[in-house]
Design a protein around this ligand. Structure first.
Ligand code: NAI
Ligand code: MG
Length: 358
């Protein structure tokens, strides 16, 4: 299989973990006889330095024509003083919006080797393995009006969704559950919000089309609590933008480090952008110690969701697991009795496990 991959390394550790992901993808291409062609373009601070804007036309253009997009991270203190409308983060929000990437998938898995890296007790953590499906381009973050009134003494934000926007993300939730353990938790605030009541109606309508999926409704406050007290009860969680933003950061404590978490942002035709959940980590950038796993697992998600290469995706995930089981860890993690390594060695160890298979 030949695929054109648009690579946006961005800033800080984004550039370091991107190198790691490309190395792993090259190893997979060799093992499985695929051809992955990488096309590198700038976004964020690096694009501001080169083009004066965080999202240059040529980057958008490339993203429109590639088979999938990999993104590192954007931002850093160097660009803190630039005008708000050309900040690095604008590049990220801009590309998501321009490509219509409405479905944000964040898997959160408690790795066995990392049980001690999480602040949660081992017996609570169990074998938790959750997929959070978050709506990404609607709701409170995009609703208008959003403004101050009465000389700044009143403020209004707007939570607005169309039926279609809700239907498509809820469908993604059901489809995801069908591919996993067939349990869907829909999170809303239907006791208070009209938008949540419509959300719940749509979940009920869709449930009739997916009789195999066990559906439960949770109010967001209760969901926040259960995520920490009973994480292993969850399979797929589907929710709107704001609730998903908060719950997915909360869920990240299950893995012990931000550096472990991948994400995918998709639209219906399979076009997708894949990026680690973490930022550009200016405090450790340039030191060669960034954890590459979040980026590498994002590349695995790309193989799964944009290219349909399930076996190859699992191979990467298995190699990461194995590497942790062997005790290798970057400084953001801790494995008792294990071996501390930097970005390049962690990547090399993961690749050894990919190629050791045959
Ligand atoms: P951050 O995620 O960059 O860092 C938070 C903490 O986690 C730091 O202590 C960092 O060293 C650590 N960390 C992050 N990634 C790591 C990795 N791969 N390996 C080991 N440790 C890791 O968040 P922060 O510090 O709030 O933001 C720094 C910059 O990144 C800001 O300019 C922010 O706007 C930007 N940012 C960009 C994001 C993106 O591109 N998607 C997301 C979040 C922040
Ligand atoms: Mg967030």
């Amino acid at each position: 299989m030949k695929k054109e991959i648009i690579v946006l390394p961005g800033d800080g550790v984004g550039r370091e973990v991107m190198e790691a992901a490309k190395t792993v993808l090259r190893a997979i291409a060799d093992e499985y006889d695929h051809q992955f062609v990488f096309h590198e373009h700038e976004i964020g601070g690096a694009a501001i330095d080169q083009y004066g804007v965080p999202l240059p036309e040529e980057t958008i253009d490339a993203c429109m024509h590639g088979d999938a997009i990999l993104l590192g991270a954007v931002g850093g203190p160097k660009w803190d003083h630039v005008a708000p409308d050309i900040r690095p983060e604008k590049g990220l929000l801009g590309i998501r919006k321009q490509l219509g990437l409405y479905a944000n998938l964040r898997p959160v898995k408690g790795f066995k080797a990392l049980l001690q890296a999480s602040p949660l007790k081992e017996e609570i953590l169990g074998e938790s393995d959750i997929l959070i499906v978050r709506e990404l381009t609607g709701g409170l973050y995009f609703g208008r009006p959003s403004e101050r009134r009465d000389s700044g003494n009143t403020v209004v934000d707007t939570l607005s969704y169309t039926r279609e926007e809700m239907e498509r993300i809820i469908e993604t939730g059901f489809e995801s559950a069908m591919k996993r353990r067939k349990k869907l938790t829909s999170v809303d605030k239907a006791n208070v919000l009209e938008s949540s009541r419509m959300w719940r109606e749509i979940v009920e309508e869709k449930a009739a089309q997916y009789p195999e999926v066990e559906v439960e409704h949770l109010l967001v406050d209760a969901a926040a609590m259960k995520l920490i007290t009973e994480p292993s009860r969850f399979d797929v969680i589907v929710t709107e933008n704001l609730f998903g933003d908060i719950l997915s950061d909360e869920a990240s404590v299950l893995t012990g480090s931000l550096g472990m978490l991948p994400s995918a942002s998709l639209r219906r035709d399979g076009v997708g952008m894949y990026e680690p959940v973490h930022g550009s980590a200016p405090d450790i950038a340039g030191k060669g110690v960034a954890n590459p796993i979040g980026m590498i697992l994002s590349a695995a998600m790309m193989l799964r969701y944009s290219f349909g290469l399930e076996e190859e995706a699992r191979e990467i995930e298995r190699a990461v697991d194995e590497c942790l089981e062997q005790g290798y860890f970057t400084p953001d993690l801790f494995i008792p009795g294990g071996t501390p390594v930097g970005t390049a060695e962690m990547t090399a160890r993961i690749i050894e496990n990919v190629t050791a298979k045959s």
